[in-house]
Design a protein around this ligand. Structure first.
Ligand code: CA
Ligand code: CA
Length: 245
């Protein structure tokens, strides 16, 4: 009876290990995507920011290009986010106005996490006009893309241009992303207003990363094999004891 109880205990223990023991593997996946076909995810739009159908603009500074008349998404929804879609950014000085994403839960992310988006941007450089990209790491907003400065010159996109960044250091369960634009007057300078341009057009944002996925522990299989061996040994001992008696 006692030996039968031992067999049962060993079998039950191994079954328990096999049931609950797990390990994690990393699984690459798209954690967030946005084609701006609508605003169903709830972006917050500051002044001049819009989500709508891509529309060509006009009247920009000679070295700039118009806003695009077509979006980047292959499905043809034509949706983009931008500053005055189909028009130019105001040159009236103002503090930063942002397009802010909803909270994006990247708390379970491991390994490399990459932010990608497509940009069609025509903007003067800092300090006249500041076009920036920031990410929220759960505590602070981190400047990911500073405004172009005088040495960079203006940005004048004539096509959709992909931008990609390693954001592995900034992931959190309350991650957010924002695009900004501000306009400043520089006291004492002759040219106090920025060049007229269409500013931001943004499409097809994507965040790719790795998630840790729990899977059954393969080591449980050798434990099952070991348990069979132990039970066999107990059987052998029991039969030997019976024979000796
Ligand atoms: Ca789109
Ligand atoms: Ca525009």
């Amino acid at each position: 009876m006692l030996r039968n109880a031992s067999r049962f205990f060993v079998f039950f223990f191994v079954l328990l290990v096999g049931t609950f023991a797990q390990q994690s593997v990393s699984w690459s996946t798209t954690l967030f995507s946005e084609d701006f076909s609508d605003n169903s995810v709830g972006w917050t739009l500051g002044n001049e920011w819009q989500i709508g159908s891509a529309t060509a603009s006009s009247g920009q500074y000679i070295d700039f290009f118009p806003d695009p008349g077509f979006d980047h998404t292959l499905t043809g929804d034509n949706g983009v986010a931008g500053i005055v879609i189909g028009g130019n950014a105001s040159t009236t000085p103002h503090e930063f106005e942002y397009l802010v994403s909803p909270v994006i839960d990247l708390g379970g992310t491991t390994g490399l996490t990459v932010l990608e988006y497509y940009r069609w941007l025509n903007t003067d450089f800092s300090p006249f006009m500041n076009a920036t990209v920031d990410v929220f790491n759960g505590t602070d907003w981190i400047n990911l893309v500073p405004a172009p400065n005088g040495s960079d010159g203006i940005i004048a996109d004539s096509s959709w241009t992909v931008q990609a960044f390693d954001i592995s250091s900034y992931v959190s369960s309350t991650f957010r992303l924002r695009y900004g634009l501000s306009v400043e007057i520089i006291p004492g300078q002759t040219q106090t207003l920025p060049l007229v341009g269409g500013s931001w057009n943004i499409d097809d944002i994507r965040i790719d990363g790795e998630l840790a996925v729990p899977v059954p522990l393969p080591a449980a299989l050798p434990l099952f094999a070991a348990s069979l061996g132990i039970m066999g040994f107990i059987d052998w001992r029991r039969k030997r004891a019976i024979t000796a008696a």
